[in-house]
Design a protein around this ligand. Structure first.
Ligand SMILES: *Cc1c(COP(=O)(O)O)cnc(C)c1O
Length: 369
């Protein structure tokens, strides 16, 4: 028997399953499985990336001052309470590494992001999954699950893959009710799609136990660049900065993210187009008997009558070159998560779901006769 073993928890990790991006036999499928911005990054970002390429023989800055100043200016925040990471995933990792370990518990919700249990195991802590109520985060259920071992509570708001959200007063009640050694992490990957909601930024400023995380991977169209950030009390930032590698973000990534956040006109255009098409697609699916919750994100959760029907529809969409996300791994076997693509993609999805539903109805009729 080898004496070389991994740290506690590491072997409990089930590898992250990303959204599919290929279909056998289909040349150029439309990928609607990873909540990416169908319009890509803004032109200002592409220009900034091209310019930054001239400087990549130099190490990047370690303090991210330019990017933090831009984020602070646009969102009216305190730059000293911002930390930047390789995607918001890295910020979530800093939080786990710095605040939880063996014997501690990390709470997340029933349909929560699959990175939370991965990050919990990676630091040796125990992930604790709490039920939701009809695909909506249940603050009372979370508070009941918290105890002396709870160090971190993760809430995605709006949620992925549910697309639902809870209001600020509920978040405040949650933050207020947590045990004194627990941090509330508000994962705001989809905040820009949710209207007036500030992601919990003001709550962070009012309290000492709340952290907000945000990303450039979704509305800013920079999933491939890997940039995210967190907003937290100064004491927490001081802790997280100690576990952050000094050169975690590349020169190119920093330039891209700064140009992205400064181009708010493009962001708003993407948000408006998403809102319009999201409404259109959920109404079009309802006509075919496929229900969705009101989405506050850039995807919808399409609910079918059974797991078999959801899987059949996913396979049919794939055969038509449309890749959507199965979410059985998120406790939603009867649903499919469909990213809002451009107008043509949305029309193709609605059409294909209609065709699939007609086939199912035809088979059922034939079975009866
Ligand atoms: C997409 C997503 C993120 C963003 O991750 P990055 O590392 O910033 O790309 C974070 N949380 C949730 C729930 C997400 O869906």
């Amino acid at each position: 028997m080898t004496k070389i073993t991994a740290q506690p928890g590491i072997m409990e990790i089930a590898l992250y399953q990303g959204g599919k991006s290929h279909v056998d036999g289909v040349a150029n499928p439309i990928k609607l499985s990873a909540n990416e911005n169908p319009f890509g990054p803004s032109d200002a970002v592409k220009e900034a990336v091209a310019r930054a390429a001239h400087d990549i023989h130099r190490y990047p800055g370690t303090d991210h001052a330019g990017l933090r100043a831009a984020i602070a200016e646009i969102h009216d925040l305190d730059a000293d309470r911002i930390i930047c990471g390789v995607g918001s995933d890295e910020v979530l990792q800093f939080i786990c590494q710095a605040y939880a370990g063996v014997g501690d518990e990390i709470v997340y919700t029933e349909h929560g992001f699959s990175m939370y249990p991965i990050l919990a195991h990676a630091c040796g802590a125990t992930p604790v999954k709490v039920r939701e109520h009809e695909r909506v985060v249940d603050v009372d259920a979370i508070l009941e699950a918290c105890g002396p071992k709870t160090r971190i509570v993760f809430v995605t708001n709006p949620g992925n893959p549910t697309s639902t959200m809870i209001g600020l007063s509920e978040l405040e009640r949650l933050a207020e009710g947590l045990p004194e050694q627990s941090l509330l992490v508000l994962d705001g990957a989809y905040v820009e799609y949710a209207g007036e909601y500030d992601g919990g930024a003001r709550l962070v400023e009012m309290r000492d136990n709340v952290i907000m995380t945000r990303t450039f991977s979704k509305i800013y169209g920079l999933g491939g660049m890997r940039v995210g950030w967190g907003y937290a009390p100064r004491e927490v930032i001081d802790v997280l900065d100690r576990v952050r590698q000094p050169f975690n973000l590349s020169t190119v990534a920093l330039a891209a993210a700064e140009a992205a956040v400064r181009d708010q006109a493009y962001m708003q255009k993407c948000r408006d187009e998403n809102a319009r098409l999201r409404q259109w697609l959920s109404e079009a699916l309802a006509v075919h008997g496929v229900a969705t919750d009101t989405s506050m994100t850039n995807f919808i959760l399409a609910r079918f009558h059974s797991q078999e029907e959801a899987e059949g529809c996913e396979a049919y969409l794939a055969s038509q070159g449309l890749i959507v996300r199965k979410v059985a791994g998120y406790g939603l076997p009867e649903a499919l998560r469909i990213t809002i693509g451009d107008e043509s993609a949305c029309r193709q999805v609605a059409h294909a779901v209609g065709q699939f539903k007609a086939q199912v109805a035809g088979t059922t009729e034939a079975g009866k006769s």
